[in-house]
Ligand binder design. Structure first.
Ligand code: ADP
Ligand code: NI
Length: 216
């Protein structure tokens, strides 16, 4: 029963994300789903809730719906309800999706659950390391941002608004978000993997600046 619900959800998400932008396409979902299962090997949490949330967490991005933060949880809830998932599981999944994003975590956090911690870590892992670097430059390219500009300083103490409205070069995004994620990880497994991916980003930046200066 549980397996069938998860499979039906995976098919629904894969189909819905057929034409999604590449930052939140099916492959992102599949990586987050895999990260979730990896973390669940060493954490005690409700696997069903975690897997369903991993699959549904980016089903609709508020960025493309006039900032409507409720649209993702609503579509996820309607789908889970339609395949007969218990109302309390549906509500939990919806709550996690609503509270999961980095932007949400810049605001006041008034919801906690072990399952949120697991899936949030799984999602954050996909924003750092080699994949994180690729996603950041892909996003910056899509927005026609500069890759780097030494004259544009990094914004400190980002507020929710500033984070949303930035037009800064992509390298700045490392300091505004990517390098902060390691210390925000919730679970032991998440922390271990994040540390390794963080070091990789550090090496990348070191090499980047060396090449920028024209060093051999
Ligand atoms: P999330 O889905 O974690 O809330 P976003 O939707 O903000 O994250 O971002 C999706 C991907 O695009 C992430 O890999 C993120 O690092 C990247 N990204 C977001 N904003 C920027 C930016 N200003 N510059 C470069 N990459 C960005
Ligand atoms: Ni995501």
């Amino acid at each position: 029963m549980q397996e069938s619900v998860i499979q039906q959800t995976a098919s629904f998400v894969k189909d819905r994300l057929k034409n999604a932008e590449s930052g939140h396409d099916w492959w992102h979902i599949q990586r987050v789903w895999n990260n979730t299962k990896l973390i669940l090997e060493t954490e005690t949490a409700d696997g069903m809730v975690c897997e369903l949330t991993a699959l549904l967490h980016d089903i609709a991005d508020s960025k493309f719906h006039d900032g409507d933060e409720q649209i993702g949880p609503r579509i996820a809830g309607e789908f889970l309800h339609s395949i007969g998932v218990d109302a309390d599981i549906v509500a939990h999944v919806q709550n996690i999706i609503l509270h999961m994003s980095f932007k949400a975590s810049l605001g006041e956090v008034n919801f906690h659950s072990k399952e949120l911690e697991v899936v949030q870590d799984a999602d954050r892992l996909d924003a750092i390391g080699a994949i994180g670097i690729a996603r950041a430059f892909n996003y910056g390219g899509f927005k026609n941002r500069e890759i780097y500009n030494p004259e544009i300083p990094v914004a400190e103490n980002q507020t929710k608004e500033a984070y949303k409205n930035t037009t800064a070069p992509t390298i700045n995004h490392f300091y505004e978000k990517l390098l902060l994620l390691r210390d925000k990880m919730n679970t032991t497994t998440g922390k271990r993997i994040a540390a390794q991916r963080h070091d990789f980003m550090d090496s990348f930046l070191q090499q980047f600046y060396a090449e920028w200066q024209g060093e051999r």
